[in-house]
Design a protein around this ligand. Structure first.
Ligand code: MLT
Length: 303
């Protein structure tokens, strides 16, 4: 039997077929608990999306087995204890290139949804309401989009926003970028104070914690719109609710949540929040590209 790759959270059909053509056996069953503890020793590579968590205890189970490579089919590596896995000799990789257009399109979709009350019209019309007067919106053109983080997804969002006539300012811990000179680098405080729309494009780092909390909301322009397609924990949900209720934040769009699936009723029933269930990368095209990128990592590391 060929070497086994476990795609524990599924894999695009194109990638599965290509891995099989390279001689791998691709197991697409989902294992948890003791079953996963055993499986992870058998396989050469484990590919996960966001559902499977690879924490220290699971990594310990893999030591001494066949496992060499862990691939996060996606961008965020927060569901793998990367440093610990690397310290035990495993190679850990993600697919940082594939999903940027999909996430950027979702961020822009949420901006339109907030600016024109699309999300809430869909709720109230189903209840038989006709709130034409209440839903006078604003245009994105001419507004300032602030980006927190200026990596691939943020830059893709910036390009689309510029095409819509928005001005783009950004802040990033690595400083000013040479890319997209039409976007203006600014400090975090300047971005908070000057953005009409604020979109987050940063990872959640445990040691850093929440990036947008009560203090940051206080520094924002009144009536700002917030979009989070990055990670739920970078925005404090309690502080967001307070800022929405006080009118500081006009409306917010969340694709990601402190806990997923979210159980925070104040969040998922709030009339000023547009919701999607962590679908930033969930397009046919992005999943195909993630598959291609995953295969190239397998080839590079295992062949
Ligand atoms: C990612 O990190 O790639 C995205 O959040 C997509 C996902 O995990 O589903």
């Amino acid at each position: 039997m060929g070497k086994i790759i476990l795609a524990n959270d599924g894999i695009a059909a194109n990638a599965k077929a290509e891995l099989e053509s390279l001689g791998f056996v691709v197991d697409t069953n989902h294992y948890d608990g003791a079953e996963l503890d055993a499986k992870i020793r058998e396989v050469e590579c484990i590919i996960i999306r966001s559902a499977t968590k690879i924490r220290e205890d699971l990594i310990d189970k893999a030591v001494g087995g066949n496992l060499k490579l862990m691939i996060r089919a996606g961008v965020g590596l927060d569901n793998i204890d990367v440093k610990y896995a690397e310290s035990k000799g495993f190679v850990v990789r993600n697919t940082p290139f594939a999903s940027s257009p999909a996430v950027a399109e979702l961020a822009i979709a949420h901006m339109f949804s907030l600016a024109r009350y699309i999300y809430i019209s869909n709720v109230t019309m189903r209840n038989g309401e006709w709130n034409k007067k209440a839903y006078a919106g604003i245009e994105l053109g001419g507004k300032t989009l602030g980006l927190i983080g200026f990596g691939r997804i943020a830059r893709e969002t910036a390009k689309k926003a510029i095409a819509l006539g928005m001005k783009v300012i950004y802040t990033d811990i690595v400083g000013k970028s040479n890319l997209l000179p039409e976007c203006k680098f600014a400090s975090m405080n300047e971005v908070l104070a000057n953005s009409d729309f604020l979109s987050l494009h940063i990872p959640f780092i445990k040691e850093v914690g929440t990036v947008i909390g009560e203090k940051e909301f206080a520094k924002m322009k009144d009536g700002i719109f917030i979009i989070d397609t990055a990670r739920g924990k970078v925005v404090c949900e309690k502080a967001l609710i307070d800022a929405l209720d006080s009118g500081k934040v006009a409306a917010a769009a969340l694709d990601v949540f402190e806990e997923e699936p979210t159980k925070n009723e104040a969040i998922y029933t709030h009339p000023k929040i547009s919701l999607t269930p962590h679908i930033g990368a969930a397009t046919v095209e992005a999943q195909d590209r993630i598959g291609i990128e995953t295969v190239s990592v397998v080839k590079e590391v295992l062949l």
